[in-house]
Design a protein around this ligand. Sequence first.
Ligand SMILES: [Zn+2]
Length: 222
Amino acid sequence: MENENANEQKPSQATPKAKKVSFELISSTEGQGPSMYAELRRLITENHDDLTQARIALAFNLSWKPDVDGRLQLGMMKVASDLDRELADYDLIIVLNRAFWGDPKVTDEQRTALLDHELSHGALQRAKNLEPIEDEKGRKCYRIRKHDIEEFSAVASRHGMWKKDIEAFWKALQKGRQRTLFDQGEGEEPIAAADGENLVARDEKGELIHMRAALSPKASSE
Ligand SMILES: [Zn+2]
């Protein structure tokens, strides 16, 4: 017990380091906020009928880091809980990676694509008769819609369009092809190409890995 005081931690004189804050609400009236909310509104009007009445907040995440596989989260859509809705007048929150959003190498078209992606996660909850479900306070209820496709590029590279959802995604890619958001290196062959009615996917060496003739027009609607 003699050394009791020696083991006592001396209170540090320095001010304790402030805890980092991971989120920042984007104001709809200040800075880049107004243009972001305007773009959000435009995308909803053009493509997201379910969300025309949704009150959507935009926020930045300041702390997302790449995971062990090097994948960096760029955005997230969250449905406000009943308690959230008691606290603030929002139905949905879109969280954006601030470092990505502010990166000078990122184009406005990529930012728009990210917003469009996150909006695609938002959907109305519907009853069996497809009518939107409302809560007791008359507010529409929302849910998170999952991605159309979940696949590893390595599996796609080895097996091509082995599932209907991949095929549908491939068709959508073809449709949006002229609007590729990433520069393709000079002399680089596209990893896959459309050849008339046939869809041809090639691996990195340019070898044919999958070919499908005359796709059924119903293929993507099943
Ligand atoms: Zn997503």
